[in-house]
Write a protein that binds this ligand. Sequence first.
Ligand SMILES: Nc1nc(C(F)(F)F)ncc1COP(=O)(O)OP(=O)(O)O
Ligand SMILES: [Mg+2]
Length: 216
Amino acid sequence: MPRINEEKLRDALKVYFIVGSNNCVKNPVQVVEEAIEGGITIFQFREKGKDALEGHEKYMLAKELQAICKTKGIPFIVNDDIDLAIELNADGLHIGQEDEPVMNIRKKIGDKILGVSAHSLEEAKIAIKNGADYLGLGPIFPTKTKEDAKEVRGTTLIEELRANGLDIPIVGIGGITIDNARTVMKAGADGVAVITAISQSEKILETTQRLSENVL
Ligand SMILES: Nc1nc(C(F)(F)F)ncc1COP(=O)(O)OP(=O)(O)O
Ligand SMILES: [Mg+2]
């Protein structure tokens, strides 16, 4: 299967839900089902941080969520864990600057979707050169989800990349909500990545629908 078509990927990145069991108040399976019902366009399994599952439990939850995404035609992305992504034949992998070099990862995963976190124009250029399909830029706004988050940048880095002619698909991440999502898109992002605003919502379906309306 060839690398994903860039325009198809841009569309897929619009409403990017990311979650792990420890981000959920309710059962993560129910959370993801409601988010898909509400209109997310891509899903990332990010089982990380305090109380995150490990080993067989993590594998079984990932497999269950992947099956749900598959039935609904939603791309299933794994965060950080390349072995899990390959074992599940996930649609893609998201890695950070602390992970193995992008070029090595690209060789291991073939044509799967590869997302890379970037925090500067330099990091973005290197990721693109080495085979990234999209970039995750953030934190855009303050976030509680990621303990080791870098400096909050607002939309300045998105604007800097676009001003320097970098056309790669971009997802903004970090503290994004229904109310500020449009700002991220207007700055030049192709999509918004959301964890807490959806996973901790009382009304996941409605929240996802309203977020989608502000993005699409
Ligand atoms: N999981 C992510 N997904 C995205 C995406 F673009 F998909 F929205 N951007 C950024 C991250 C952050 O990933 P994480 O593993 O917590 O931190 P690091 O970037 O330091 O590896
Ligand atoms: Mg990471």
